[in-house]
Design a protein around this ligand. Structure first.
Ligand SMILES: C[S@@+](CC[C@H](N)C(=O)[O-])C[C@H]1O[C@@H](n2cnc3c(N)ncnc32)[C@H](O)[C@@H]1O
Length: 530
């Protein structure tokens, strides 16, 4: 029969393309094969032919699923798996492929059911692949546990000097909700008390783009390289959005930096992995909208965590992580982010009370008000956080401007600190407010504590490092630069138990709850030698 010959040819061609890993072409040929096969099926009466055609159809859906999976078109790949499983719900290859897709969509418990189902088949194929199947089952169990509890530990990776691939993380959304924010538009709020170093959320990027940027002679990072990187990044986001209705829907909910108070408040459940199966409306998302969203919401992989977590210092990465897009900036943040592989981890950098808004820093908060104002401008907003409001009011005091100018001119930093502390005493400032100003003038504090000459010269006329560290943590949470100065001092003076405890506590607010003390020590050491 002519059709049978065509069918035969299409199948051989598709298999050949699949083996050559030409995924796009193999999908095209399998699609032709599938539609011809379906046509023939509707006209076939003989039972033996029917079974043969169904078997071929099942295999081609399965192979097309594999090709789509390789192209990360998970939604369509999943549909193909379900078509194949409707014909044969014990089809080994399809079940394994479906498990892998679900794992990539962070639907760990469903993936686990899938792999367990395969093991239950007790077929020959299954027995020959026991190791692979058990590996997947272990991985699903681990990630499912992580996504339910947020308990993960990167100690071994750190202790091993960041060698090998970075640890696998599971998506996790802690006790948070999305509400209207006093800062701007919507924000993320805690629903329970969160202690220092605890995870708030872990989420995988929609897309990331990374490169090592060449430095030009004037020290500016290569402009061309940045443009290429930005273009690639936009293409990747576009591709992810075109393949996944959930991503498209969530991107459409993000701010473009205008009229934020009119934006709808989405339910937090939309951002959780288990909503993957929900039918999201298919909205139009034009490139202009994507560009505006990326402008406001993409994050640079924080230089410090990229560096500390085993990457090159000239390395530059940009990405879009959906739920963190609902987190506002504050110059007095209570959270910080770490980047591990394609995941962003948001952790509490100080104690967060139930009902408090979760905020992290978009730019350096250990800088004076005037500089922060400039940085907010480049982000396209005027910062509405409590610290900025307070410091704005205090700008009327001429002493503040004088101290700032003095530090810029290079006056003795001990003198600047002495003056600042004296002013704050005179103005009867409260604890947190003092912390705000100490954070603004951190440059002077760090220089003073790092210089034995300054410390000797000013002695008790300037505060000791430890109460300043506590005051800074209260105002801006854990910060690796503060930790570095503290650990250096500890090294010089020999480790007192109380001081070490202070450093470990601060370390938790910077790197999270690194369970093994040895790993935390390695991180502390890394900071010192930088
Ligand atoms: C990533 S979004 C944060 C979530 C946003 N509020 C929303 O409703 O989608 C960034 C935008 O939020 C606003 N924003 C964030 N932090 C702010 C702050 N401290 N002060 C004023 N606006 C802020 C700015 O419009 C900024 O462009």
């Amino acid at each position: 029969m002519e059709e049978e010959t065509t069918l035969q040819q299409l199948r051989s061609k598709a298999t050949e393309l699949l083996l050559r890993e030409d995924w796009n072409e193999s999908i095209k040929v399998y699609s032709k094969f599938i539609s011809l096969c379906q046509q023939l099926l509707s006209n076939t009466i003989q039972q033996s032919d029917l079974l043969k055609l169904q078997k071929s159809l099942c295999l081609s859906f399965s192979n097309r699923a594999e090709a789509r999976f390789r192209l990360r078109d998970f939604e369509e790949a999943l549909k193909d798996c379900d078509e194949a499983l409707q014909i044969d719900n014990t089809h080994f290859k399809t079940l394994v492929c479906k498990g892998k897709i679900l794992l990539n969509l962070n639907r760990y418990s469903l993936a686990l059911d899938c792999f367990k189902g395969v093991l239950g088949l007790e077929s020959q194929q299954c027995n020959g692949n026991l190791e692979m199947l058990n590996g997947f089952i272990e991985k699903c169990k681990k990630l499912d546990y992580l996504s339910r509890t947020g308990n993960f530990d990167v100690s071994d990776w750190i202790s091993g000097g960041f060698s090998g691939v970075c640890p696998e993380l599971g998506e996790f959304v802690g006790n948070v909700e999305i509400k209207r924010s006093e800062i701007s538009g919507r924000g993320l709020f805690s629903t329970k008390n969160i202690d220092v170093g605890s995870l708030i959320l872990v989420t995988k990027a929609v897309a990331t783009e990374r490169c090592i940027l060449p430095k030009c002679s004037n020290g500016v990072l290569g402009e061309n390289a940045q443009l290429v990187m930005w273009k690639n990044f936009i293409d990747k986001v576009n591709e992810s959005a075109s393949k996944c209705p959930k991503i498209r829907h969530l991107i459409s909910k993000l701010s473009i930096g205008e009229n934020e108070d009119d934006l709808e408040v989405p339910d937090i459940s939309l951002f959780k992995p288990e909503t993957e199966g929900v039918n999201f409306p298919t909205e139009d998302l034009d490139v202009d909208k994507i560009l505006s969203v990326l402008d406001v919401n993409s994050l640079v992989e924080e230089a410090v965590s990229s560096k500390v977590l085993g990457k090159n210092s000239d390395y530059y990465g940009i990405g879009l992580w959906l739920l963190p897009c609902l987190i506002n900036h504050s110059c007095s943040p209570n959270a910080r982010r770490l980047h591990i592989g394609d995941y962003v981890v948001v952790l509490a950098s100080r104690v967060v009370k139930a009902g408090e808004e979760i905020t992290f820093a978009y730019y350096d908060v250990l800088s004076p008000f005037s500089k922060r104002k400039e940085m907010a401008k480049t982000w396209g907003f005027q910062c509405e956080c409590k610290r900025c409001k307070y410091e704005e009011e205090m700008q009327s005091k001429p002493e503040i401007g004088e101290i700032e100018k003095g530090i810029e001119r290079g006056v003795d930093v001990g003198c600047a600190i002495f003056r600042l502390e004296e002013c704050m005493r005179r103005w009867v400032m409260r604890g947190k407010e003092k912390g705000y100003f100490r954070a603004s003038f951190w440059k002077a504090f760090s220089e003073a504590y790092e210089s034995e000459k300054t410390v000797r010269r000013w002695g008790r006329k300037i505060p000791a490092l430890e109460p300043i560290v506590d005051s800074l943590v209260e105002a801006v949470g854990g910060d690796e630069r503060v930790l570095k100065v503290l650990v250096r001092k500890l090294k010089k003076s020999g480790n007192g138990f109380a001081e070490m405890e202070r450093a470990i506590k601060l370390g938790r607010g910077v790197y999270g709850k690194i369970v093994k003390k040895q790993a935390l020590r390695i991180l502390l050491e890394l900071g010192v030698h930088e």
